[in-house]
Design a binder for this molecule. Sequence first.
Ligand code: SAH
Length: 235
Amino acid sequence: MLREKLVSGAPALGLRLGGEQLSLFETYARELEEYGKNVNLTAITGEDDIAVLHFLDSLSIAAAVPLAGRSMIDVGTGAGFPGLPLRIYESGLRLTLLDSAQKKVDFLDALCGKLGLEDVDCRCGRAEELSRQSGNRDSFDYAVSRAVAQLRVLCELCLPFVRPGGTFIAMKTPESAGRELGEASAAVGELGGKFERFFDYETDGIARTLVMITKIAPTPGKYPRRFSRIKNDPL
Ligand code: SAH
């Protein structure tokens, strides 16, 4: 059962979920399953897997950094992960969900309405285009991303959004975190970042790692490049 999985899994992350949060997660899971019958939103289905692999996994970020009063952009959020569970957990989080696929953003818009979270900004667009607009550039406390691209590519999609002093958090497996960080070392520096630390955690026996990169300088104006360049000629 979703509720039991969440209640039993949250303490391992040092988190506690209240009744209102649990019922929002129930609505979220129901909408995922309902909407997912018609539209391919996520490969993960079934209450237990949604609880562990989507909700608790996303909530790991709340275990790692303070969220109240902070701004966050979730780049390539898909059906809302990791950003939306974090907003359910911390109502003081100012959240932007970004995805390039209109059908995902349509789902998120409808879902946020059902959850009563109208203040969540659901945007359809490409990261490398949106971060060129003032107001988005060098401005978020956090950029977060899960399952979108390898880290060296992800750095160019995410770091331009982060304000100096803010943090880019990439969700990876323990096996890939170190290797991808090694491959991304030039990209991190070039885009104004500096590796801060890994945050290791476990949900229901599954080990995961957050790669935390601090922004120490504004991103140079020539970045991000066009997606074909980012992908074919990564920094
Ligand atoms: N973060 C979610 C979804 C991962 S799938 C999760 O972990 O479940 C990757 C998503 O990234 C897709 O929905 C895709 O549309 C989006 N995406 C890929 N490249 C993007 C880009 N350059 N800008 C915005 N969204 C992008």
